[in-house]
Design a protein around this ligand. Structure first.
Ligand code: IPT
Length: 992
């Protein structure tokens, strides 16, 4: 038996029945009844279930309870199915507009008591703020209508269906529908009623909709009101108490723009909002108004006449336990964290967020690109044949989506651009959506990345363009062809503002080269920055069979098709922990620029419009990382776009220690997002007196050696180190492998002219082909002389003729044990190498090494193309905290340019190392881990790493860069590590 709703699952129409036109999400004092809380719930594996459940008297006694809002796949511990993760793939056959009969269908029921006073209401509306994907609603047994558009609001007029007292609301929600073809975003498929359901009493003489469009021009604000209300609602009053505005409109025809003097403009930096009330005798609506004018002038994107540079994040709504269910406290903290990391913009990828998020964005200050809920990416593999974006059968659905998007959120000053959607190819329906926006909202430009040739959008947008290509886009007169553009189309695109709607893909350890992109923004004003892909990992909290919690990704729920850990590509881990890439990002985009010049520093203010009066400049001088002096620097207020030169503070230069000056621009007072003292921008100046590394002393008299030997704190057997400072050790051995990062596993064609990478083949595969993860050693010789030991090893992999020769010289120098390792590759290595290092295994057991303190770059991990957040100083960490818990274990923890490090066990120092620079002044990096790179590479999740109390110390003469090849360019050639000869020089002393 097929029910009537079953027919609707393959209907491309966006809605039916008593569904009403879109309007703004307003804070009104009209009566409302939230329908959140528990509903009765039943899940069926197919859409073809009888609809008898909608009847008033239906006995739902055998059903379960489910909370609204929630996703059913995240409730009931698997009883209602599991989440599915796909990126581009459709998790059902591509058979538009049909979906399979196997279509999980959730039926919901609840009672609601309508107060007698509601009889006065002119109308009663039932509003749904988010239901995935298609639903039908019944009230008291009567079908009211249905709608699709998961992340959009839908209101039904239920006046004719409700009565005072008890009412029954029944819902049927299908996981799959024609609408699913339009919702192919790279995220979890999470069905259910996941945003609020509300009953609204609409009073006679109420105000149905309000739009206060604002503008700002030289101290004067303008409000262009649009009031949607019947004549009986008038007079309508607009009040802005903070500005002394009280405007009464007697009739609809009187409604007219209001000019306001003495207004502070709204900006992402200074989000000045004014409370506004729009009221009739029957209803009052509260808004918060920000005055700003968005404008494109030539190839500049301007707000209030000034160029905007987007330091943005792509923000999905995702939470390990709630999925896309909104939590205001968490969202506020999320946005405050963005502010603390110098993020000034949000693209709401790839759908409108919970409407309250825009209130928070207005209040905390972000430039928002508000995106429509539209993506048809899975048609790409068909060469876009049948793409709904270009098929008249889907035109109404596409238009409905953009209308609901714009109407709901039109009042927010933070929204400076509308985006038609993401990865939906191109076509007539997108052009029609854009035309609708242009007609409806002349105050905001239209964005859509897929309009490569710029046929119907206002800004030029791309994703993951390489650094050289980005530079060419920004260069006047460049004739370098642009993606999918004829020369004429390319020329047209170069007349427009450019932004990256996605770039610097933050999957796993990476991305590198954030600073290279940022540098272009300063040289080419057409380039307006962009939006990092993406803000946070989408891990879902799950537990292993033995109860170990972990963050699940694609495949962990037994999906038929999935895209693995491609959903874990945020600068924030699933549990809100910022990754080092977020610190790097913060440093790269810091709004204050410091340029040291002799005894002065030039301080530049890179902000949009705010001056520096909110900042204090702190300085400190350190000798080998220990503070010797510091204070506040007197700096005049610098206007936005301006700069000032000030003398440096006095710097006492040490003769036998490194001397560093650090400048921190910190918040002078508390803000809504950080306390006073929060560091906004930092710079360091090396004022060290020149010192040369001790020369290698020639050693003579080498004779073959065997058996055991002691040298200071070291004991050797057969030339191999066996004990150090009384502890059993193994190694050091050559280590060329790193557990591949997601970028190392990327196989994009874009290898940036790196002749050592192969287009379409990942570096990780090349490393395994060459056996870097399975090196073996043949000892060629062991020789000793007075106070010194020398070994020569040939290191190579099975079935390979390539090799590396490793000469290790141990000697006693001034009471210290020095190790000098000369590493020299044979000819014929053709790939980049992940690292050139030596690995030492320290013993586990009771007194296992569990901590480290070092002088070098820190506090976070750093790599050659991600060094901007790293500063020179003294840092400490436990071994457990030393690396990052990436969702899929991979290379982590490398600290660059180390000078000294001390290993500790249970609070006491056990071993002290000094790293000497090589003859070119280069210093090694190091990392510390409970696992070897080979062990890490075998684990799919952190909990798959074997239990270990061992400590592996790796000292790297060099590491390969990070790049962003998981979705974007490979490591820039300058930061790619090619096989080459390297020297590592270390001195060991027993501590304590
Ligand atoms: C791009 C998508 O727009 C985004 O949603 C996400 O999937 C990202 O890639 C990768 O994580 S599209 C891609 C073909 C560049």
């Amino acid at each position: 038996m097929h029910s009537s709703t079953f027919r609707h699952v393959s209907d491309t129409a966006p809605g039916r029945g008593a569904l009403r036109a879109a309007r703004a999400w307003l804070h009104s004092d009209a009566p409302r009844i939230p329908l959140d809380g528990n509903w009765r719930f039943r899940l069926s594996p197919t859409a073809a279930v009888p609809e008898d459940f909608a009847a008033e008297g239906y006995d739902d006694g055998g059903w379960d309870d489910i909370p609204v809002p929630s996703h059913w796949v995240l409730q009931g511990d698997g009883a209602y199915g599991r989440p599915i993760y796909t990126n581009v793939q459709y998790p059902f056959p591509i058979d538009p507009p049909h979906v399979p009969d196997e279509n999980p269908t959730g039926d919901y029921r609840r009672h609601v008591e309508l107060p007698a006073a509601w009889s006065d209401a002119e109308r009663v509306l039932l509003r749904f703020d988010g239901v995935e994907s298609l639903f039908t609603v019944w009230v008291n047994g009567e079908e009211v209508g249905g709608a699709a558009g998961s992340r959009l609001a839908h209101e039904f007029d239920v006046t004719a269906y409700v009565r005072p007292g008890d009412n029954v609301v029944a819902l049927r929600v299908h996981q799959w529908s024609a609408a699913s073809y339009l919702e192919d975003q790279d995220q979890w498929w999470l069905p259910g009623v996941f945003r609020e359901v509300t009953l609204l009493a609409r009073p006679a003489g109420g105000i149905d909709d309000v739009w206060l469009r604002t503008g700002f021009d030289g101290g004067r604000g303008r409000i262009e009101p649009e009031i949607t209300a019947g004549p009986e609602a008038f007079p309508v009053t607009l009040r802005l108490p903070g500005l002394g505005v009280e405007q009464v409109w007697a009739t609809p025809a009187d409604v007219a723009p209001v000019d306001v003097e003495g207004v502070h403009p709204w900006s992402a930096e200074q989000p000045r909002l004014y409370d506004a009330i729009v009221s009739s005798a029957a209803e009052s609506i509260a808004l918060r108004v920000g005055f700003r004018t968005v404008e494109i002038r030539g190839d500049r994107f301007l707000v209030n006449g000034r160029r905007v540079v987007f330091h943005g994040m792509n923000r999905h709504e995702t939470h390990p336990e709630r999925g896309r269910v909104f939590d205001e406290a968490h969202a506020r903290e999320d946005l405050a964290r963005m502010k603390r990391f110098n993020v000034n913009a949000i693209r709401t990828s790839h759908y409108p967020p919970h409407p309250r998020l825009l209130d928070l964005a207005d209040e905390l200050g972000f430039w928002v690109v508000l995106e429509c809920d539209l993506e048809t990416h899975g048609f790409d593999k068909l060469g876009w044949a049948g793409n709904p974006s270009d098929d008249p059968a889907w035109r109404a659905a596409c238009l409905d989506r953009i209308e609901r998007t714009v109407e709901r959120d039109k009042n927010h000053p933070s929204i400076v651009m509308w985006s038609l959607g993401n990865e939906a190819g191109t076509g007539g329906n997108l052009a029609a959506m854009s035309a609708w926006v242009h007609a409806r909202d002349t105050g905001r430009p239209v964005h859509y990345e897929g309009d490569h040739a710029g046929e119907y959008t206002d800004v030029y947008s791309r994703m993951y363009a390489s650094v050289p290509e980005t530079e060419q886009i920004g260069t006047d007169g460049s004739t370098t062809p642009l993606l999918n553009c004829t020369p004429a189309q390319g020329a047209r695109q170069r007349t427009r503002p450019f932004l990256h709607c996605e770039y610097v893909h933050a999957m796993g350890n990476g991305p590198g080269a954030i600073d290279q992109y940022e540098a272009l923004v300063h040289d080419h004003p057409r380039l307006h920055g962009g939006f990092v892909w993406e803000w946070r990992d989408h891990g879902i909290l799950a537990t292993t069979e033995d109860g170990t919690p972990y963050y699940a990704y694609g495949g962990d729920f037994g999906e038929v098709v999935h895209d693995g850990n491609f959903v874990m590509d945020g600068m924030l881990l699933s549990d809100d922990v910022p990754t080092p890439s977020l610190h790097e990002y913060k440093a790269v985009v810091q709004p204050i620029r410091f340029a040291f010049d002799g005894d002065e520093v030039e301080i530049g203010n890179l902000r949009h419009s705010a001056d520096t009066s909110d900042l204090t400049l702190r300085w400190r001088v350190e000798h080998d990382g220990t503070r010797v002096d510091g204070g506040d620097l007197d700096v005049p207020v610098v206007p936005a776009g301006g700069s000032v030169r000030v003398p440096l503070p006095p710097i006492a230069v040490s003769r036998d220690a490194e001397t560093w000056l650090t400048l921190d621009a910190v918040l002078a007072a508390d803000t809504a997002w950080a306390p006073a003292g929060h560091v906004v921008a930092t710079a360091q100046l090396d004022r060290s007196a020149p010192r040369s590394a001790p020369a290698v002393r020639p050693v003579t008299g080498w004779r073959p050696s065997e058996g055991t030997l002691a040298l200071g704190i070291a004991e050797f057997a057969g030339g191999s180190l066996v004990r150090l400072a009384g502890r059993v050790v193994a190694g050091p051995r050559l280590e060329l492998f790193r557990a591949p990062t997601d970028n190392d596993k990327g196989a994009s064609e874009e290898v940036e002219g790196s002749d050592a990478s192969v287009p379409g083949v990942s570096n990780a595969d090349l490393w395994r082909r060459d056996g870097l993860d399975r090196l073996t050693t043949r000892r060629v010789s062991v020789e000793a002389t007075q106070g010194a030991l020398r070994t020569l090893d040939r290191v190579s992999a099975a079935d390979s003729a390539l090799s590396v020769s490793v000469e290790s010289v141990w000697s006693l120098v001034d009471d210290a044990l020095e190790l000098r390792v000369e590493i020299e590759p044979s000819r014929g290595w053709s790939t980049v190498w992940p690292r050139i290092g030596v690995r030492l295994a320290l013993p586990d057991g009771a007194a296992a090494v569990d901590g480290v303190a070092w002088f070098g770059l820190g506090p976070f991990e750093s790599y050659p193309d991600s060094l901007r957040a790293a500063r020179t100083g003294r840092f400490a960490s436990t071994v457990g905290d030393f690396g990052v818990d990436y969702a899929r274990p991979q290379e982590t923890g490398h600290r660059s340019r180390v000078r000294e490090l001390t290993l500790t066990a249970a609070g006491s120092e056990v071993l002290h190392l000094t790293a000497l620079p090589d003859t070119q002044g280069r210093r090694p990096g190091f990392s510390l881990s409970r696992h070897t790179p080979q062990q890490i590479a075998r684990a799919g999740h952190p909990h798959e790493l074997p239990p270990s109390t061992a400590t592996h110390l790796i000292v790297d003469a060099a590491q390969h860069g990070l790049g962003s090849r998981a979705c974007g360019p490979d490591v820039w050639p300058e930061f790619a590590l090619r096989p080459e000869s390297r020297t590592i020089r270390l001195r060991f002393t027993a501590a304590g």
